[in-house]
Design a protein around this ligand. Structure first.
Ligand SMILES: N[C@@H](CCC(=O)N[C@@H](CS)C(=O)NCC(=O)O)C(=O)O
Length: 103
């Protein structure tokens, strides 16, 4: 399997995973498909965050990636908790400020 095939296969798995999670995640996948601006908050050391990144990359829509250092408690600062009270990443911020968090 080539590197590109491996990436596509991982992205396919990630898309399937999000579809299984239901409407909340599908909503932001729709946003990506429709070209609505999103920011993705996450940390590249986290598999949960990479699932979101792979889906966004697979769909080919540009997004802003906001790095949150989970090891240093970055998801639980007062600024982050004000956005996402769950205190975890990944989460998505839409252009209008709405947040879609982890399941
Ligand atoms: N069920 C969530 C789990 C999210 C999760 O566990 N996030 C971890 C990183 S993988 C996190 O934010 N940890 C930092 C913390 O709890 O302070 C998902 O799959 O998206």
């Amino acid at each position: 399997m080539t590197s590109i095939q491996k990436i596509k296969s991982r992205a396919d798995t990630a898309v399937d995973w999000y579809i299984e999670q239901g409407a909340v995640h599908l909503y932001w996948v729709k946003c990506l498909l429709r070209g609505i601006d999103v920011k993705i908050y996450g940390d590249l050391i986290s598999g949960n965050c990479l699932k979101v990144k792979y889906v966004a990359d697979y769909l080919g829509h540009e997004y802003q990636w906001v790095t949150v250092d989970v090891v240093e408690g970055g998801a639980r600062t007062s600024e982050m908790l004000a956005k996402n009270p769950a205190g975890q990443v990944p989460f998505i911020e839409l252009h209008d400020g709405r947040i879609f968090g982890a399941v």
